[in-house]
Every structure is written in C-alpha cells, then in structure tokens.
Write a protein that binds this ligand. Structure first.
Ligand code: NAX
Length: 327
C-alpha cells in the first residue's frame, strides 16, 4: 500500500477545521490513492474538543485514514509533515489595534514556521488560511529559511470561487463555463477580483457585463462576501472556506486544466510590479506540483490601480511586522 501522507491541520477544533477534516480523511484533498495520517494541532484549552472530532473521524471508518494524533505541540505536529493547513489564528476582537493583531499572530506563525523548518518533509506544502492570511504566510515563511519560499502560500481560492459564482449567476452560465478569473493582492477588502481576462463559454466576459456592474456590484460583492455571510449566518464562512482549502491543495498537487488558471497567494518574484518576497494573490497555473504566475497579461489602468492599492496594503503589513520585530 502507498505510504500515508502526513496532513497537519491547525485550529482543528474550530469551525473550518470541523468542515475540513472529514473531507481530507475521505480522500478529497489528495485523491483516492493516497492514505492520510492526520495531525490535529490545537491550543491546550481546545485539545479536548479536537479529541472529540478525532473520535468522530474514527467513527466514519474512512478507508484512507491511516491514523490521527491530537497535539498541542507544534514541533510534534509538523514532524514529517507533507501538507500543512494553517487554519488556527488569532481573530481581531473589538478594540484591538492592528499592531496587536499582527503581534498575536506573529506569536502563532513564527513558532509554526520554525517547527516546519525543523521537521517538515522535503516536499512540504503549506497553505495559510488563518487571517491575516497573506501576512501570516509571510511571517511563517520568514522563519523557515531551509524550506523553499514557494512552498508557503495563502488562501485566496475562496475569493476566486466566490467571483466565479457571481459571474456565472450574472451571465446565466454554469460555473464550469467560466475561465481565467483572477484575484490579485491581499485576502482583504482591498483584493481585486479581475474579470478582464475571463471568458464565459469562450466569449470575453467584458463583452457580457458592463463596467458599472463590475465596479459597483461584482468587485464589492466578492470582496465583502465574508461580512455578508456573517450577517446572514451569524457565523463566518466555514464550509466554503474548507472547500476552498481542499481546492487549493488539490490543484497544487494535481494541476490546473489546460487553458484555465486559478488564484493563490504566492511569494512574489517581482511579477507585475509586486515587490519581491510579498505573499500576494496572482492568477496562477499549477503544473509539476508547483505554482506558476500567469505571465504577460495586459493590465489596464483600472486593474493597475486596484492591484497597486491592494499591494500597498501588503507592503504596509510587511512594514508593521518588521517594525514589531516579528520577522
Ligand atoms: P474558529 O475560531 O472557529 O477556530 C479557530 C481555532 O484555532 C480555534 O479552535 C483555536 O483554538 C485554534 N487556534 C488558535 N491558536 C492556535 C494555535 N496557536 N495553534 C493551533 N490552533 C490554534 O475560526 P474558524 O472560523 O475556523 O476560522 C479560522 C481562521 O480562518 C480565522 O483566522 C479566519 O479569519 C480565517 N478565514 C480565512 C479565510 C480565507 O479565505 N483565507 C476565509 C474563512 C475564514 O474567515
């Protein structure tokens, strides 16, 4: 039988964790031929709850689930890890300053980066879901100098999937008829959902929707969807976030279809004027188990301004974590 892949999920007792773990154990993350050994990392007060989830995972009798460990120690949790899903983070609470938020998350993502550096498998792939996702990924990568920087990614696939769903609804098409949408920049309200290269049933999306709808409805609906879900559900996106995490890793391992791309927060090499080293969302393809930023796209003035604004926010976050001594 195949050797199980070690998949570590942090924040395993949280609501995204609950929506994610069963799908991983059923084979949806890595495919039907790869058994998985799950490591659930939590903080001590939540270990008991994570153990409850582990009991339920046992009770599913998933054929691909080779074992589960519930841990509160990052070194143990990331030892030999192949896929690390960093979901647990410190949320912003009322009255919290941005510096406090970044410091609290530095206290989580620095030791996790160090633990990944110390013990991860050579092929480790890291997806940061916990917010502020791009900057948390930047912090973790900064503390893992022996791991290639391109193994650290931040999740904008939920934003991407939201954009696909909005454009499909507007154009009366199926989601599988939409290609080449892109999310640029930060996973925050400044993100730029870009349909200037998108096609719907092979036709340019820009010919099917007007610019006013793009600017007044499409972009804000996608960028503020998380708040709209909280408003409606009374809790933040969980199953859709877990679904996007599954999509991100599945695409990373198995590749993008010919002629299409997706979106992911990856470490910039300076593409499209995004400063090197920032973890920014780009249109990306995946092949050979690696992400590639889609090259040579025309960026119009409207797009340029939106990308620059979101990237400026990432630069500010980087300056803040530097001045706080977090990297
Ligand atoms: P929950 O509050 O339900 O769960 C978070 C869990 O993380 C808790 O069980 C907590 O004990 C645990 N945790 C905290 N510090 C930890 C540490 N140092 N090590 C291990 N576990 C730790 O939040 P949930 O709704 O599951 O959301 C998790 C994160 O995803 C949040 O930061 C949230 O903002 C972020 N999101 C990111 C999205 C994205 O698209 N990138 C979308 C969904 C979501 O908002």
């Amino acid at each position: 039988a195949a050797t199980p892949a070690v998949v570590t999920v942090t924040g395993a007792a949280g609501q995204i964790g609950y929506a994610l773990l069963f799908r991983i154990a059923s084979g949806q993350l890595l495919g039907p031929d790869t058994p998985v050994r799950l490591r659930l990392l939590e903080i001590p007060p939540a270990v008991r709850a994570a153990e409850g989830t582990a009991m339920e995972l046992d009770d599913c009798a998933f054929p691909l689930l080779a074992g589960i460990d519930v841990l509160d120690d990052a070194r143990a949790a990331f030892d030999g890890v192949n896929v690390a899903l960093l979901v647990g983070a410190r949320p912003r609470t009322a009255g919290m300053e941005r510096g406090d938020l970044l410091s609290a998350n530095g206290g989580i993502f620095r030791p996790q980066g160090e633990a990944i550096n110390a013990g991860a498998a050579d092929d480790v792939r890291v997806l940061v879901v916990g917010n502020p996702a791009n900057t948390n990924a930047f912090i973790a990568a900064s503390h893992a100098p022996d791991v290639p920087a391109d193994r650290f990614t931040a999740m904008t696939r939920l934003d991407h999937n939201r954009a696909v769903a909005q454009l499909a609804a507007r154009t009366g098409s199926g989601v599988d008829e939409i290609r080449r949408l892109a999310i640029w920049g930060n996973h925050s309200a400044t993100q730029y959902p870009d349909l200037t290269h998108a096609t719907v049933r092979g036709q340019a999306a820009t010919g099917l929707v007007d610019h006013e709808w793009v600017e007044q409805t499409f972009i804000p609906t996608v960028a503020k969807r998380g708040a709209a879900i909280i408003e409606a559900r009374g809790a933040s996106s969980a199953a859709s976030a877990a679904n996007a995490a599954i999509d991100h890793v599945h695409t990373w391992v198995h590749g993008t279809p010919e002629g299409d791309w997706t979106s992911a927060g990856v470490v910039s090499h300076g593409e499209y004027g995004v400063p090197e080293g920032l973890v920014a969302s780009f249109p990306v393809t995946s092949s050979g188990g690696a992400w590639h930023v889609v090259p040579d796209l025309d960026v119009d003035d409207f797009s340029r301004a939106r990308i620059d604004a979101s990237v400026a926010e990432l630069v500010e976050e980087r300056e803040s974590v530097r001045s706080l001594g977090l990297v």
